[in-house]
Ligand binder design. Structure first.
Ligand SMILES: Cc1ncc(COP(=O)(O)O)c(C=O)c1O
Length: 431
């Protein structure tokens, strides 16, 4: 180690790492959930209530999400994955159909398309950002396209108005295979909004800009129910969102016409099974966590996340090697889910060394995402080639996500930056 007192690799720049090493600083995790006494009390109350599966709290959370997002109906389920798969199946998507999806996403987005038997048609990112390239989406549309699933990577919503206009342009060649598809008359726009709960377009909270938005309430997300997810429904007439909500709720509970709560009412034991459905309802224990999150999401969670991201931007903005993430573009604003930093001059090995060195200094970093052609199944069984997705591969190679979570303190944000800057400068200068 150099003995210089300033500059990359100097003793001063390595003080945070040394303090961490000697147990004087606590580790900084990547995204722990915000669990406090309010959450614990709410969960305890449900446990004592005598009703722990889907019931009044789940329905209350759905109402709250409708008022917050402006969606016509909301259905809460046990994950984004099951919720969105249910929606694809509701639209009758299956073998012979195509669904357009970006390669720059978590595997869940594409896995569920494969579950239905449909063919995922993959598109690259924009040259300068992580969202899907709308021109690539436009050229991927064929007569077989039954849905388009853009992904709001890191919480930044895609331009849904643009995507919706592409779907409308596809009307003349759209071949409907059932009454739902005839009613819509075009590809379904189903948003992978797993990261973007609370994002805005034109000042309006995301949730009503696509036909269906799928949100994730997984433990690492901005808004969590431990595991969970929601579909917000905004299907145009003649589709009836209330009827669709009911069909989806039944399909998510074995095809059973009466849920556990209504069956539990005196004399109401009888039910029917109208289809061989799935089992993916949200429990009231999870919904109770969501209701606490909802109470403070707009006033506490989002402003804090924004403040953390703004501070990172302020501290990193002057670094010539830092390609900062975009949180606002035109009328679109992120939910500040991820701080996706890119480092000019870095390749994958350098990025991985940064993550290792930061971990040694007690700072957890992460990578979003490994583009699908990097993953064995998608490479070997689906035949995706990295060379067909140059933008995604280039972004991935030098991306690193910094911690963002409600309880992250200002001093810790500074410590993250100090550890990252020190390590990046050392790596770039060949030390
Ligand atoms: C972009 C994206 N889509 C979908 C999912 C799946 O969400 P869930 O875990 O709620 O099924 C994730 C989860 O991390 C994700 O990052």
């Amino acid at each position: 180690m150099t003995t210089e007192t300033t500059g990359p690799g100097s003793i001063r720049s390595r003080i945070p790492a040394l303090y961490y090493f000697h147990g004087l600083m606590k580790p900084i995790p990547f995204s722990p959930p915000r669990i406090d006494q309010k959450t614990i009390d709410a969960v305890t109350e449900v446990l004592r209530s005598g009703w722990i599966t889907t019931g009044p709290r789940t329905r209350a959370l759905e109402e709250r999400i409708c008022s917050y997002t402006g969606a016509r109906r909301t259905l809460c389920l046990n994950s984004w994955t099951n919720a969105v798969e249910l929606a694809l199946r509701w639209y009758g998507i299956g073998p012979g159909d195509e669904v357009i999806v970006p390669v720059y996403t978590y595997a869940a987005s594409a896995n569920i398309i494969l579950h239905t038997g449909a063919t995922p048609v993959f598109v690259d990112c924009e040259p300068n950002g992580f969202l899907c390239d709308v021109h690539a989406v436009a050229s991927a549309i064929t007569q077989r396209t039954k849905a388009i699933m853009p992904v709001d990577v890191g919480g930044m919503p895609v331009d849904y108005a643009h995507i919706m206009s592409l779907a409308r342009l596809a009307r003349p060649s759209f071949v409907a295979a059932n009454d739902r598809q005839s009613a819509l008359g075009r590809p379904l726009i189903i948003a992978d909004a797993a990261h973007s709960f609370g994002a805005r377009i034109g000042g309006e909270v995301l949730g009503s800009q696509a036909d269906i938005c799928g949100f994730s309430f997984h433990a690492v997300k901005n808004f969590t129910t431990a595991e969970g997810g929601a579909l917000t429904l905004n299907l145009p007439e003649p589709l009836d969102n209330h009827a669709v909500w009911k069909q989806l709720a039944i399909a998510g509970l074995h095809g059973q016409t009466r849920d556990a709560l209504s069956k539990s009412q005196a004399g109401q034991w009888e039910y029917d099974i109208v289809e061989p459905g799935y089992k993916c309802n949200l429990t009231d224990i999870q919904a109770a966590i969501g209701l606490v999150e909802m109470d403070r999401y707009e006033e506490e969670t989002l402003p804090r996340r924004k403040a953390i991201c703004d501070r990172y931007t302020q501290l990193l903005g002057a670094r010539s090697w830092a390609i900062l993430p975009t949180f606002q573009e035109g009328s679109r604003e992120s939910s500040y889910h991820l701080y996706m930093l890119r480092i000019n001059g870095f390749n994958e090995d350098m990025r991985n060394r940064l993550i290792k060195e930061a971990a040694e200094a007690g700072v957890s970093l992460n990578v979003h995402f490994q583009p699908l052609p990097r993953l064995t199944y998608y490479r070997e069984s689906i035949g995706l080639l990295e060379s067909d997705f140059p933008n995604a591969m280039a972004h991935f190679a030098h991306e690193v996500s910094l911690p963002v979570y409600y309880d992250l303190q200002d001093a810790e944000v500074e410590r993250v930056v100090s550890v990252v800057v020190d390590s990046v400068q050392r790596i770039l200068s060949g030390h």
